[in-house]
Design a protein around this ligand. Structure first.
Ligand code: GDP
Length: 137
């Protein structure tokens, strides 16, 4: 069993497809262990995406992630990290396989509907960034 962090980004929250995205996870063997809707501050988004701080798109990424509320979740299941990445599809929705969340709900490389931890190690760091232990059930 693994846990991973998922974020439904502002574009998908604004489109009102939170339930449709959550259904992809639940229908594919992942369980919601924690879930909340929050508005990220510039400081939150900057810290969360710190690894990308030197990338040319960092400013746009922070601006986008703070443009509206997000839904943050802990997903639990067998191989949850890779299973979530598989369900999400490629970062650029134009390259995402048919039937993936990004192919179906995302518009562009920045407004790409979801975030998912890319390793078990980062999943733990990202879960701790958003949730207290008593919130993960
Ligand atoms: P992910 O793990 O698939 O989300 O991709 P990365 O960790 O590589 O990048 C983090 C996020 O930065 C992506 O989900 C995109 O929203 C954004 N991003 C990545 N590459 C680009 C880019 O070339 N341009 C812009 N505007 N955003 C990007």
């Amino acid at each position: 069993m693994e846990k991973t962090l998922s974020i439904i980004k502002p574009d998908a929250v604004a489109k009102n497809v939170v339930g449709k995205i959550v259904d992809r996870f639940e229908s594919n063997g992942l369980r919601i262990a924690a879930m909340k809707k929050i508005q990220l501050s510039v400081s939150d988004a900057g810290k969360f995406y710190e690894v990308h701080a030197q990338r040319p798109f960092f400013g746009e990424l922070v601006e986008f992630m703070t443009s509206g509320p997000v839904v943050v979740m802990v997903l639990e299941g067998e191989n949850a990290v890779s299973k979530n990445r598989e369900l999400m599809g490629a970062t650029n929705p134009k390259e995402a396989d048919a039937g993936t969340i990004r192919a179906d709900f995302a518009d562009s490389i920045d407004a790409n509907a979801v975030h998912g931890s890319d390793s078990l190690e980062n999943a733990k760091i990202e879960i701790d960034f958003f949730f207290a232990g008593r919130e993960v059930l």
